[in-house]
Design a protein around this ligand. Sequence first.
Ligand code: PMV
Length: 351
Amino acid sequence: MDKSISVTWRSPANIALIKYWGKHDNQLPNNPSLSMTLNHSITETTVEINPAKEPENPAIHFTFEDQPNLVFESRIKNFIHSLKEFFTFLSSNDISIKSQNNFPHSSGISSSASFMSSLALCLCSVERKLSDSPMNDYDFYKKASFIARLGSGSATRSVYGGFVSWGLTNLIHDSSDEYATPIMDNIHKVFTDYCDSVLIVSSNQKKLLSSEGHRLMETNPYNKTKYNEAGRNFGVLLDYLKKGDENGFGRIVENEAMALHGMIFMSQPWHILMEPNTIIILDKVRKFREINGLPICFTLDAGPNVHILYSRKIKNKIKTFIEIELNPFCENHKWIDDCVGNGPVELKPLE
Ligand code: PMV
C-alpha cells in the first residue's frame, strides 16, 4: 500500500438490560447479555493510515476531542498492538485515530462501547478497502463485533442497531461468546422505538473501572448465583420482548440493575456507585408507576446515572414527570433524550 486511507464511523452507546458482569479468558462473558442500542449518544472516530515512516516501528497517534489524551492513548496503543494478528496492515502502516463523543465519557454511559465499536468498524473498513476480495456485510459486522469485544466487552453489542444479544445461548440462533447477534427480528413493535431518558446524576469519571468490577466478581461468593439468574432473566426478558409485555420487561430490567449494584455492594472491597440522588430518582420512578399505572422502568449501568425506559406513546407524560420531579436531582438539570437506534453508520467524506 502506498497511499493514505481514511475512514470514519459514527457508533452509538448501548444500555444493557441483562448485564454482562464477570468474564473469563480474553473478554469472554460468564453469562449471556442483552442490550438496546441508543440513537443519540454517539462516538465519531476517524482512522487514517499511511505507509510507516519507520517501517520497523509504525507509529500510533490518538487524539480525543482534538486533544492528546495520555491515559486513553496508552490503552489504545496496547490494543492496536494486540490486533496485528487480525489486521496485517497494522504491521506496515502508521495509524492516526481521532475520536469525539457527544456525551460525557466514563460516567455510566457506555462510552467505551461506542468508542471501541467505532474503532473496530474503522479497522474493518480499512481492511475491506485494501482487500482484493472484500468481506460481505455479514462477515464484516461479525468481525467488527469480535474485534470490538477485545477492546471492551460491551462494545461487541454496539456494532448492531436495535436489540442485541451477546453470549452463547440455545435461545438465540448464531449466538456466541465471541461476538454479538442482532435480535431485532424477534422484537414486538412496542419496543422497536422504545425511549431511554438518561438522567445525568453525575458526570464525574467512574469510581470503579469495569475491568476491576469484572475482576471482583471472581471472588464474589454470590457469583455463580448471579450468572445463573442472569441466564434465567435473559430467557424471560426475551419472551417479554417478543410478546410486547412492558410490565414484565420492567420487572426483569429493574431486577438486573439492582442485581448489578448488589454485586458491587457485596464485592470485597465493596463499592457504592449510586449517588444519593440516584436513590431518590429510583424511588420516585416506582411511586410514579404505582400511582399512574404506567409501564415505566429504570436501569443503571456501573455508575450513578439513571436510564428511564418507556414506550413512545406515553412520552409526553414521562417528559413532564422528568422535567418536574426528576430534573432537580440531575447534575445541572441535565438529561439526555435518547431512544432505540439503528446502529453505526459510516460517514463518507464529502466529494
Ligand atoms: O464492557 P465493559 O468491560 O466496560 O463492561 C460493561 C459492564 C456493564 O456496562 C456494567 C454491563 C453491560 O453489559 O454493558
